[in-house]
Design a protein around this ligand. Structure first.
Ligand code: HEM
Length: 293
């Protein structure tokens, strides 16, 4: 059956196409959603507020220098899931498609609605990625609170926003062959909730060294016979006096978390993007200003 092509700028049609691919019974926990959220975040989280480089414009992960950053291991799965959408809606840029897919995946997992605007352009080659060295900018999960602040302050976030963003770890899991870490954070990793904060702040997490030598934290849930995990950086949120109050508040107040998460995820998707009063992107790579012309 041939897929009818949408008109340029018909983001509603693209949203529908993304929704239709989320259910993937053979993949991980049955959903493409979590890895799509990680793709959206990694495409935006390269932003450096001091040099105004990186961010979600460009879709630089299509090129080896950024795509081959070890932090991006496994994200080819997300890009492969989205390829049929790009084929059916060729007018959309990859940078818009990846960020929109993250927003749709969060909403469809039962999360808050995310305000999202289009108009990003894709790099036509890797010149900017090489010149600005867009690699090695994402957080390292083996580190502590100081590292998190260094990386997320560079993007322009504060402590509360760092904690809110980390709540995305209620979705998905770690894969030994991608990051070296293993397992899900929560029992129902395809449903967006504040469970990550509840578990982080109430369970007794024990250090565990995997056979590979990688150190993480574990809790064995006897009811579901599932081993849950936390990264060293997740535990750092609990140990740090600036982060910890937010971990507890979000664990106690799901509505507050949903409100704050929606705001901060939107902000993440907009890093490095400047818009005029009509929402048209003014710092694109070409003269078109995306699709809004
Ligand atoms: C997965 C680290 C922040 C969303 C992961 C994984 C690591 C990691 C090591 C496992 C990757 C794999 O093995 O497949 C970190 C660190 C962060 C951070 C150190 C610093 C705070 C975030 C943020 C978001 C996010 C801000 C989104 C807003 C996700 C999602 C997954 C994930 C959804 C699951 C992916 C899947 O199931 O394939 N993260 N992350 N993370 N991360 Fe983060």
């Amino acid at each position: 059956m041939s897929v009818s092509q949408s008109k340029k700028g018909d983001f509603a049609a693209v949203r529908q196409a993304i929704k239709a691919l989320l259910h993937q019974p053979e993949y991980d926990d049955g959903s493409a959603g979590p890895v799509l959220v990680r793709l959206a975040w990694h495409s935006s989280g390269t932003y450096d507020i001091n040099t105004d480089t990186g961010g979600s414009n460009g879709a630089g992960m299509r090129y080896e220098y950024e795509g081959g950053d070890p932090a991006n291991a496994g994200l080819q799965h997300a890009r492969v899931f989205l390829e049929p959408v790009k084929e059916a809606h060729p007018w959309i840029t990859y940078s818009d498609l990846w960020t929109l897919a993250g927003a749709v995946a969060i909403e469809e997992a039962g999360g808050p609605s995310i305000s999202w605007q289009g108009g990003r352009t894709d790099f036509v080659d890797d010149t900017k990625i090489l010149k600005n060295k867009i690699a090695g900018r994402l957080p390292d999960a083996t580190q502590g609170a100081g590292h998190l602040r260094k990386v997320f302050y560079r993007m322009g976030f504060n402590d509360q926003e760092i904690v809110a963003l980390s709540g995305a770890h209620t979705l998905g899991r770690c894969h030994g062959d991608r990051s070296g870490f293993e397992g899900p954070w929560v029992n129902n990793p395809t449903r967006f909730s504040n469970q990550y904060f509840k578990l982080l702040s109430t369970l007794e997490w024990k250090p565990k060294t995997l056979p590979s030598g990688v150190k993480q934290f574990m809790y064995y849930d006897e009811d579901t016979e599932t081993e849950l995990m936390m990264l060293p950086t997740d535990m750092a949120l609990l140990a740090d006096p600036g982060f910890e109050p937010w971990v507890r508040r979000y664990g106690e107040d799901k509505d507050l978390f949903f409100r704050d998460f929606a705001k901060v995820f939107s902000k993440l998707m907009e890093l490095g993007i400047e818009r005029d009063a009509e929402g048209r992107i003014t710092n694109t790579d070409n003269e078109l200003g995306g699709y809004l012309s």
